[in-house]
Write a protein that binds this ligand. Structure first.
Ligand SMILES: [Ca+2]
Ligand SMILES: [Ca+2]
Ligand SMILES: [Ca+2]
Ligand SMILES: [Ca+2]
Length: 530
């Protein structure tokens, strides 16, 4: 009622002032507001008193408005310099003085603003630090516990914490980085985002498994062998991760591995850079004997005049080759020389030393004589050469002394009747290393190795007398170098005579090679199966 009355008076006054026909700046003292107080930030439902300080002048009322421009209906119903409001939202209050001679639309009437701001301060949040933990052994995750973020707000006693992203405390966190994101809000909707990361580290290397060592013989004709193997496989604690498996030493499968031992190493690396390696050996043995090719020379001596003729073996050799070792004719020695007629048979001159082998085993002096009752004499010169791995290559050359120049002009080889030993092959580990070979030829006037009978049928006896203590193997080889059977392996004492008998079982009727191989020497003997 009073408000309406005042309005009515105001309208009346404006009307009456308007009746003077002009604005009132000259004859109406306008209200003046010199100060305001009470503006600021408040929490919800806080009561705040807004005050202006000023002179009403010729106005009659102070009017307050709940907007910033002193328009519309005032919110107070009596003139006052203070009002008390309850804050529920951000709002700009305004006030002015009107009434009396002051026209409410007078441009000179001052409208002051007092801004009341509802809490705009987001909570202060205690957000966990970024975390870094190692995965559980053999697993690709870690169980991580952490405190939820907490907030303190200027207005709200309790803040609301809501998870936006990530996992929960106590969950299994996968290897890698997980972002935890939370919204912390006060009751007025002011929000603080809390974000931290949980990084789980994979520090466990993959497990890689290599194949067993591989041992093979050389491929024919080359000093190596093509070897295939299974690529190692690896498992990682992170099963789904791509583990890189790389050859870090040695050769790939299906490459040609050289004779000797090649160590092959593979390394497995997981995406976190953890790595582990495994190795295995590929051993390629050279089992191929050297090949001696002899020239096709008919070496026939006439007349049988009981004089020596010389055979220099180098003149009879076309070539000597090996898959690994560079050999020359100089490396070939006379192993032994046999005759198919006795040394001092009937009608051959009653001479001794029909066969004399030179000290270096490169030349043999042969007597040009034969039995008067025979079919012609055949000398067989057995040659041997050894490669650096102890494989022995053999060949033979013949010399003939015909019975006569007529119908018995082509002597028949009746097989060895007596034999003169040449040189043996001695092996050594290091002493002869500078020659690049582990073997050398030594002259052996006395045989350390004999076999009986020779030819043999199903068994034979070995008599072996080593020069020095040694670990030896006794193996039977085919003439082309293939090992047929290991007969013995063990320690032998110097100067002791060993006698072994071996059953060989069924073998073809051909030439075999018996090799006794030790650290210090390698001796061999041809034996014939019949
Ligand atoms: Ca707040
Ligand atoms: Ca791993
Ligand atoms: Ca060889
Ligand atoms: Ca003969």
């Amino acid at each position: 009622m009073k408000n309406n009355l005042l309005l009515a008076i105001g309208v009346l006054m404006i009307n009456s002032l308007s009746a003077f026909g002009q604005g009132n700046s000259n004859n109406c003292d306008l209200p003046e507001i010199s100060d305001t107080s009470g503006g600021g930030v408040y929490c919800t439902d806080e009561e705040v008193t807004l005050t202006i300080t000023g002179e009403l002048g010729d106005g009659t009322d102070w009017e307050w408005y709940a907007n910033g421009d002193c328009e519309g209906d005032p919110i107070n119903n009596e003139s006052t310099t203070s009002i008390t409001v309850t804050v529920t939202e951000s709002i700009i209050y305004s006030a002015r003085g009107v009434g009396g001679c002051v026209d409410e639309v007078d441009e000179g009437v001052e409208c002051v603003q007092i801004e009341v701001i509802l809490d705009d301060a987001p909570p202060e949040v205690d957000c966990p630090e970024n975390m870094e933990v190692e995965a559980i052994v053999d697993e690709c995750f870690a169980v991580v516990d952490f405190d939820l973020p907490t907030g303190i707000d200027n207005c709200s006693e309790e803040v609301m914490v809501e998870q936006i992203d990530g996992l929960e405390s106590g969950d299994q966190f996968p290897v890698g980085m997980t972002t935890q994101k939370y919204s912390v809000t006060d009751e007025n909707g002011n929000e603080t985002i809390c974000e931290f990361t949980i990084t789980v580290l994979d520090t466990q290397a993959p497990e890689i498994t290599c194949p067993e060592d591989i041992e093979v013989n050389n491929d024919p004709g080359i000093c190596g062998a093509v070897v295939s193997y299974n690529i190692p496989e690896a498992t990682d604690n992170c099963e789904d991760s791509e583990v890189d498996i790389t050859l870090t030493d040695g050769l790939n499968s299906n490459e040609t591995f050289p004779v000797g031992t090649t160590t092959v190493t593979y390394t497995a690396t997981d995406p976190s850079g953890n790595s582990s390696s495994c190795s295995f050996n590929v051993m390629v043995n050279d089992v191929e004997p050297p090949k001696i090719i002899v020239k096709n020379i008919k070496n026939s001596k006439w007349p049988p005049n009981h004089k020596y003729f010389d055979m220099d073996i180098t003149e009879f050799i076309e070539s000597v080759t090996d898959n690994c070792t560079l050999l020359s004719t100089e490396d070939i020695i006379i192993d032994d020389v046999s005759s198919d007629e006795p040394q001092n048979g009937s009608g051959d001159g009653n001479t001794e030393d029909d066969i004399v082998i030179s000290e270096d085993c490169k030349t043999v002096h042969l007597l040009s004589e034969r039995q008067g009752s025979g079919n012609g004499r055949v000398y067989t010169v057995n040659l041997a050469v050894v490669d650096e791995y102890g494989n022995i290559g053999l060949a033979e050359i013949k010399a003939e002394v015909p019975h006569d120049k007529g119908k018995k002009g082509n002597p028949i080889d009746d097989g060895p009747v007596y034999t003169v030993n040449g040189c043996d092959i001695e092996t050594s580990d290091e002493e002869n290393g500078e020659e690049g070979q582990n073997s050398r030829i030594v002259n052996s006037n006395t045989r350390t190795l004999e076999t009986y009978p020779n030819p043999f049928s199903t068994s034979f006896q070995i008599i072996y007398k080593p020069d020095s203590d040694d670990n030896v193997t006794v193996d039977l080889y085919s003439f082309t170098g293939a090992k047929i059977k290991r007969l013995y392996k063990g320690f032998v004492r110097a100067e002791k005579e060993y006698s072994w008998t071996f059953d060989t079982g069924n073998l073809n009727d051909e030439l075999y090679l018996l090799i006794v191989n030790g650290k210090n020497s390698c001796v061999f003997k041809r034996i014939v199966h019949k």
